[in-house]
Write a protein that binds this ligand. Structure first.
Ligand code: SAH
Ligand code: SF4
Length: 379
């Protein structure tokens, strides 16, 4: 049976190599070939002995999800739709900024937690992604961005393009990762943590802990485990200042109510005292965006070192919600800022390619179902 080497972090790869009678230190070399040089062909791993390359070709593969769509938005946001088999699509989104490039990575096909305003939640849960499918998103993004940069390079390139050249020419275009794509990362704990290990490993992506963010809807026990295993930056989807409203918007709140969630945030910060929690707060017109909600929020988080990220709701068909007006978002933001909370409003990026949580994959899923239905009708 062949194994997919993208499923292994350094520890797993070392174990595999020992099992096939190879020296453990080879793991470092192989990780570099795969993750830093983006190679998937063992014959190109020139500093490995020929015998080892042949052995690996027989026993192992390096396989990533297949790219089925690749969209580039007017603002440079890029979104890949990837096939993970059985008609299922996942997506990752790259958001270039002046001094960083952030990749938004998916962790599950669908999601079981059914938040009221989330199109991924509306699809229901299908399955957890394998490590190779999670880290494969980063592998593919770096490779595609590098290839695009190479094809843009020409002697005629004008100075106007110097930014593009500086950022995308780098072998690692992705400088930050946020686990904010489809799915609840902490509900796929082991695979996500193995992928995080690779993101942080100097022989793989070498990102610092602060450049890798896990976003959770608030799975309290898993937050504690993450603190023990891999305390990367943590974003918590709060979305409401009281339990009654949060029970409705984020149903997992019935199991882990706000008080327990905030206590888990405090414990998380004990492992990383110089850090803060980022609270995400989706702005839903007439639902959670009033002055009184903002005031409640200020009181609620007064003891938690935190920042706020207000997310204008990304509408999708039949969602039943509307995005708050610019004005109410600004009023809400100013209340938090005046109370001393660092607060940003997320820019809506890649609007022309539907680069929002779960949207494109949702469209493909429906299309796949329609195709299946048509096939059935035809037969
Ligand atoms: N499951 C995790 C991470 C994925 S969602 C979580 O819930 O935190 C990433 C962020 O997008 C979360 O804060 C989520 O609540 C938010 N989100 C989901 N659907 C959205 C929508 N339609 N518009 C704006 N934000 C949305
Ligand atoms: Fe799942 Fe996050 Fe969507 Fe809630 S917001 S349904 S936890 S992906």
């Amino acid at each position: 049976m062949t194994v997919n080497l993208l499923d292994y972090d350094r520890e797993g790869l070392t174990h595999f190599l020992t099992e096939i009678g190879e020296k453990p230190f080879r793991a470092r070399q192989i990780l570099k070939w795969i993750h830093q040089f983006g190679k998937s062909d063992f014959t190109q791993m020139s500093d490995l002995a020929k015998g080892l390359r042949e052995k690996l070709s027989k026993l192992a593969i390096i396989a990533v999800p297949q790219v089925i769509q690749d969209h580039l938005a007017a603002d440079g946001t890029r979104k890949w739709l990837l096939s993970v088999g059985a008609g299922n699509g996942i997506e990752s989104v790259f958001i270039p900024e002046i001094n960083r490039g952030t990749l938004c990575v998916s962790s599950q096909v669908g999601c079981a937690l059914a938040c009221a305003f989330c199109s991924t939640g509306k699809q229901g849960f299908n399955r957890n992604l394998a490590v190779a499918e999670i880290i494969g998103q980063l592998w593919l993004a770096n490779k595609s961005l590098r290839e695009s940069a190479d094809s843009q390079l020409s002697p005629q390139t004008s100075h106007n393009h110097s930014f593009t050249l500086q950022t995308t020419q780098s072998p690692r275009a992705v400088s930050n990762v946020v686990m904010m794509g489809m799915g609840e990362p902490l509900a796929n704990f082991e695979n996500v943590v193995t992928a995080l290990d690779l993101m942080l490993d100097d022989c793989a992506y070498g990102l610092s802990r602060r450049r890798v963010t896990v976003s959770t809807s608030g799975l309290v026990p898993a937050m504690d485990r993450l603190r023990e295993r891999c305390p990367v930056a943590l974003a918590v989807s709060l979305h409401a200042p009281n339990d009654a409203l949060r029970d409705y918007l984020v149903p997992i709140n019935k199991k882990y109510p706000i008080k327990e969630l905030l206590a888990a945030c405090q414990r998380y910060l004990q492992a990383a005292p110089r850090d803060f929690i980022t609270f995400e707060y989706v702005m839903l017109d007439g639902v959670n965006d009033s002055v009184s909600h903002a005031n409640q929020l200020v009181k609620l988080v007064k003891d938690v070192p935190c920042k706020f990220n207000l997310i204008p709701f990304n509408a999708f068909s039949n969602s039943g919600f509307k995005r708050s007006s610019r004005e109410s978002i600004h009023v809400f933001r100013d209340i938090l800022i005046q109370a001393g909370l660092v607060t940003t409003v997320r820019k809506t990026r890649g609007d022309d390619i539907a680069a929002a949580c779960g949207q494109l994959a949702g469209q493909v899923h429906d299309k796949t179902r329609r195709v299946a239905k048509l096939n059935m009708e035809a037969s």
